[in-house]
Design a protein. Structure first.
Length: 201
């Protein structure tokens, strides 16, 4: 084995050549720092933890069916960015059972329905990042994204700073979507949901 070369470069900076960017506009939003992924290293699987907590604004879980659940993405790219995931802790797509896929698909559909009703987006990105090299933030527990899109919603912040300014808080999104999900539950589908459990409307 070749000996690993460790190049120790002196951390001196050339004073004559300023580093990029020379000048730029800075938007100070310190409250958004909690959404910078790299700063947050939660212990254990956050999805399994959320499942254990159950449906609530704190867990961000909006509803669940037999083997899957629908929740807000804690690090939204846009307002209304949802995740659908199997309850079982599993990172292998090929190990998904037919019944798990059916339950995931049911919640994908409900997610799109309620987002359409609540936000009227122009379109959606929906899908699964399989493996960390493909962009999965938590590759050990499969999760599908439902991302509402509007014309012109892309900006440069995620590209340069992994930070996105989202105009709505997670709490506001949760409160907006839960009644829409509850109305669908009463329609038929036998979903378990709603942080207002026990409250009759
Ligand atoms: Zn898990």
């Amino acid at each position: 084995m070749a000996k690993k070369r460790v190049a120790k470069k002196k951390l001196t900076r050339k004073k004559t050549k300023p580093e990029w960017p020379v000048t730029r506009n800075v938007m100070f939003r310190p409250e958004r720092m909690k959404y910078v992924r790299r700063l947050i290293r939660p212990e254990g699987c956050v999805f399994c933890h959320a499942l254990k907590e159950g449906v609530s604004p704190e867990s961000l879980v909006l509803c669940e069916n037999g083997q899957a659940m629908l929740m807000l993405n804690k690090f939204p790219y846009n307002s209304g960015h949802l995740l659908v995931l199997p309850k079982r802790h599993n990172g292998e797509f090929t190990e998904m059972t037919d019944s798990e896929m059916r339950d995931v698909n049911e919640l994908m559909k409900i997610g799109v329905e309620v987002l359409t009703e609540a936000y009227r987006p122009g379109g959606f990105n929906m899908g699964l990042n399989l493996g960390s090299v493909a962009g999965a933030g938590i590759p050990e527990h499969l999760h599908w994204h439902i991302l509402p899109r509007w014309a012109g919603d892309a900006n440069f912040y995620p590209l340069i700073a992994e930070t996105k300014v989202v105009i709505e808080t997670l709490e506001q999104t949760y409160e907006r979507l839960v009644p829409l999900i509850e109305s669908r539950m009463t329609e038929s589908r036998g979903l378990k949901s709603g942080h207002r459990q026990g409250a009759k409307s």
